[in-house]
Design a protein around this ligand. Structure first.
Ligand SMILES: [Zn+2]
Length: 196
């Protein structure tokens, strides 16, 4: 099956996103060796580190994976994006569970965390490799948003816990358009968000 040009481009962008490059570079400089997009029963972690308790790292785009800080529901093609978000978050939960059931430690970071400090994230990975816990408490992500007014300013958002989809919380808030900012010091073009 041949891919259209835009499908090929989408694939290339998905494989080499800027936050991934940043984190890979920071890991490499710490002597960490890894595999990229290794096939597992729980999907393909962006970065996989082998060992007795392998670590699967996912760098989740703030828009496509429902970052609680940055997710903003688009005001056009509303149903399409609503379904897309729900499907992505459900898959994130499913993949994480599948990998953890197989003995992986799954470390999911937001794209904005990598942009804030790829070094800090790489340090955490190194700590996890030496047995540090992944962190406790719920890892919330936005699974659904509905508007409470015609102007689409006030939102009700439902968040689910990555490791327990049944655990949900909801909140009301005013639409925020906080942007994810890529660091300017890094060479290359502006960040591409992950499309999947
Ligand atoms: Zn974010």
């Amino acid at each position: 099956m041949s891919l259209t040009r835009s499908q090929q481009m989408a694939r290339i962008c998905a494989i080499d996103t800027k936050p991934e490059r940043l984190l890979r570079r920071a890991l490499w400089s710490r002597g960490v060796r890894y595999r990229l997009h290794a096939a597992t029963s729980g999907g393909r972690p962006d970065i996989a580190i082998g060992g007795k308790c392998p670590i699967g790292i996912f760098i989740d785009g703030c828009f496509f994976h429902g970052c609680p800080v940055h997710y903003v529901p688009p005001r056009s093609r509303i149903e399409f994006w609503r379904d897309k978000l729900a499907a992505n978050v459900a898959r994130d939960c499913r993949q994480t569970r599948a990998l953890e059931d197989e003995g992986w430690r799954v470390f999911r970071v937001w794209e904005h965390e990598v942009f804030e400090s790829a070094d800090a994230i790489a340090d955490r990975v190194v700590a996890i490799m030496s047995g540090a816990p992944l962190g406790s408490g719920p890892a919330w992500r936005v699974a659904r948003v509905e508007w409470l007014d015609d102007e689409r300013i006030r939102e009700r958002r439902w968040l689910v816990d990555l490791r327990d989809e049944g655990r949900q919380t909801s909140e009301e808030r005013i639409r925020s358009t906080k942007k994810v900012r890529a660091p300017k010091t890094v060479s290359g073009s502006r960040a591409r968000v992950r499309r999947q």
